[in-house]
Design a binder for this molecule. Structure first.
Ligand code: HEC
Length: 104
């Protein structure tokens, strides 16, 4: 009986250690994926267009409290002037914070 209990305890210890190792590997893989995503979003400048801005003494800057939040729901987007955009015309329009765009 003692022998069976010792084997059971050893087996549980091995299983616990193995699961701890697996969890650590999964965590480090997840951390690597998150770091890779942060790198791609940084070099792609995604936040420049997909984050609202705040005005600072040095000009507009990404609102760090709302990174990648898109156009603020409360922001009024002005109407697009007639005859500005179309398949036979050039250009695009953007809101001042670059979170809202219109174009052909
Ligand atoms: C120069 C401005 C600009 C930059 C920089 C930018 N985007 Fe966008 N993004 C837009 C615009 C404008 C649209 C909407 C396009 C449309 O509707 O035709 C859009 C659309 C998207 C959509 C689709 C959203 C939807 O609801 O369909 C995703 C996802 C997206 N962008 C991700 C990214 C990622 C990731 C990056 C960085 C790698 C990035 N964008 C960089 C302007 C930008």
């Amino acid at each position: 009986m003692k022998c069976k209990s010792a084997i059971l305890a050893a087996g549980l210890s091995c299983a616990l250690l193995a699961s701890m190792g697996t969890a650590q590997t999964k965590d480090s893989k997840m951390m690597a994926l998150i770091a890779r995503g942060k790198y791609l979003v940084t070099i792609g400048w995604c936040g420049d267009c997909h984050s609202p801005k705040i005005m600072t003494p040095r000009g507009p800057a990404v609102d760090e409290k709302n990174v990648l939040a898109g156009t603020p729901a409360a922001m009024a987007v002005p109407a697009i002037p007639d005859e500005v955009l179309g398949p036979d015309k050039w250009g695009a329009l953007a809101s001042m914070d670059l979170t809202a765009w219109a174009g052909p």
